[in-house]
Design a protein around this ligand. Structure first.
Ligand SMILES: Cc1cc2nc3c(=O)[nH]c(=O)nc-3n(C[C@H](O)[C@H](O)[C@H](O)COP(=O)(O)OP(=O)(O)OC[C@H]3O[C@@H](n4cnc5c(N)ncnc54)[C@H](O)[C@@H]3O)c2cc1C
Length: 278
């Protein structure tokens, strides 16, 4: 049970959703956008958030689509994780999201909720960062399209009242050779100790990581070093520790030392496999 009163709104277009946000905000109801609602409900039960109103985005058609159009894969923010695991257009996206919870839960969780959520993992962002996807946003100042990598810094940097509408992924990037490895404590649907995903576009290896730090990331400085042809794999692995964008996480599923050991092992495996295939 949620221990406070909550108003529920389900607008059927983006303008109405943003209008509602502004009105409810002016009434000091601290509104939040709502996808599958799992995180909002769970956080509300534990009083980790205190909102007076939720704006459910699922009735807005643009946020629900998952389709290919004009050389782009369009993923609506309200596409469920099950939709992403069931498709075969973008295999890395299916592989990564298949590890999040079980199928029944994934039928409810949305990709927008995962990426905009507050948990440290947010694994669904990894394939979109690696494919240089763009984010379509709507807010009080209208709509904008931004390269996801430019606005995802520890979290998705949204302006007040702004919402994620879609992710646009160039079809050309779906053909990249990909690699991913997830390590857990108890089993495949556990939260990740480490999830390392990588792609190679014929010239350069790109990596995106979840579980290692307090946030998921793709880091250009780290990638530049990993692509330095003058360094051996072992040197790269050691140097990577100085280039991580945050401290290595320590929690009840794994210590920082254990995560560091996993990182070194998996990074070295990835580099050997991806570089060896060149
Ligand atoms: C059993 C279980 C296991 C899980 N395991 C994992 C795991 O292994 N790895 C992992 O990464 N995650 C995991 N999660 C977390 C889960 O993936 C996210 O909490 C979930 O995707 C949130 O989706 P939702 O649609 O329910 O989000 P909501 O609860 O609806 O929203 C979450 C947050 O995002 C905001 N939001 C939602 N949609 C938008 C939008 N379009 N624009 C702007 N803001 C928006 C909301 O305001 C809220 O702050 C797990 C969750 C459960 C329940």
């Amino acid at each position: 049970m949620i221990p406070f009163n909550l108003e529920y709104y389900a607008p059927d277009n983006l303008d109405e959703a943003v209008e509602l946000f502004l009105t409810l905000e002016a009434e000091n109801k601290k509104p939040v956008y709502y996808g599958g609602g799992s995180e909002i409900i769970s956080f509300s039960r534990h009083r980790k958030i205190n909102t007076g109103a939720v704006i459910d985005l699922k009735s807005i058609p643009e946020t629900r689509i998952f389709e290919v159009k004009e050389e782009k894969l369009i993923t609506g923010a309200n596409a469920t994780l099950s939709i992403l695991t069931d498709q075969d257009i973008y295999p890395l996206l299916a592989r990564i999201t298949r590890h999040i919870a079980d199928r029944t839960v994934r039928n409810r969780l949305t990709v927008g909720g995962n990426i905009c959520g507050k948990l440290p993992y947010r694994e669904a962002v990894l394939p979109f960062l690696l494919s240089d996807s763009e984010a379509v946003l709507a807010g009080p100042n209208g709509r904008r399209k931004e390269k996801l990598g430019n606005i995802f810094d520890k979290r998705l940097r949204l302006d007040k009242g702004e919402l994620l509408v879609q992710l646009l992924t160039p079809l050309s990037s779906l053909k990249f050779k990909s690699w991913s490895r997830r390590r857990e404590k108890h089993g495949p649907v556990d939260y990740p100790l480490l999830h390392l995903a990588a792609v190679e576009d014929g010239e350069r290896i790109s990596v995106a990581v979840s579980g290692l730090c307090a946030f998921p990331f793709r880091d250009l400085g780290l990638e530049n070093m990993l692509n330095d042809k003058n360094l051996q794999v072992l040197e790269k692995v050691e140097k990577s520790l100085t280039l991580l964008p945050g401290d290595i996480r320590s929690d009840d599923i794994g210590s920082a030392d254990y995560r560091q050991a996993l990182w070194k092992h998996e990074l070295s495996e990835m580099l050997n496999e991806m570089e060896g295939a060149r």
